[in-house]
Design a protein around this ligand. Sequence first.
Ligand code: UD1
Length: 318
Amino acid sequence: MAKYLVTGAAGFIGSSLVRGLLERGEQVRGIDNFSTGRRDNLAEVLDRMDFREADILDLDAMHQACAGVDYVLHQAAIPSVPKSLLDPLGSNRANVDGTVNVLVAARDAKVKRVVYAASSSAYGDTPTLPKHEAMIPSPISPYAVAKLASELYMVAFYRCYGLETVSLRYFNVFGPRQDPSSAYSGVLAKFSMQMLQGETPTIFGDGETSRDFTYIDNAVSANLLACSAPAAECAGRVFNCATGRRTTLKETFDALKPLTDYKGTVKYGPERGGDIKHSLADITEAQKHLGYKVLVDFEDGLRRTVEWYKKQGQTVGA
Ligand code: UD1
């Protein structure tokens, strides 16, 4: 049984990783400062893990959190493009300084490997599709720059200190527990909830913007594989974490209609600053070096997600 530290454990992806690890019988420690995470996300698993309320910017707390840990899954971040446009300093502190703290603490504690939640936004708005890891990054938002900088720190800590690191460039991860309620929420969470409640969703742009929407179970599996793959295959490297298929915003609205029983229309608004137009991953490298497979496709993932939000609505509304 190995010991894992999940940073951002109360967030959508972090709490899903905690569950995935506990299901496999692993020992889990989690930290979160609740800046975007919610205690509710961990409700029924809190008694089976070592949870600590702490900020990744607190180096002492990070040293304590890393003590005795084999693997760190670093998910803590302020994960929003528009938020980074409003507050680039805050984005940089959480998404870059925070990562360097995690790396220093992991290095000092002699952790075996750190797996990092990198972002497809690093590719930027380059026209080439699909995006593959050998492409030169071209980030266009402060958020994307911060995520890329952290990725480079991951590589540097492997090269300079021998700390094994793997970066997974997430492509629009979605699924149960993704917060639908903020202005910065992921589009599928937001649309699912709005349409279930009979509210009209808004597409920013012409509806042709596309994303490689990745169901959460695929991201959890990629993290576990990134911990177990031989170092020769993955240490100091970056991998896309996606499905290799893209869906436009207009298509997501059409797919959600029957699932949410929504009879209304959709509004169109101006394009959002810092957004990229299309995103699609080449997942060959992850398949080859991590043994990664797409476990749940877009349609199935969307069905599971809407079912979960429906159940939440029943519990809250009952
Ligand atoms: C998302 C993640 C980011 C991650 C990146 C790559 C979120 C909140 N952000 O960024 O952390 O690094 O993927 O994996 O999950 N949109 C609408 N209407 C809305 C909301 C959004 O049309 O009400 C549009 C946006 O303008 C954008 C697209 O939907 O074109 C996707 O937006 P969003 O879900 O916020 O994700 P990304 O910005 O792609």
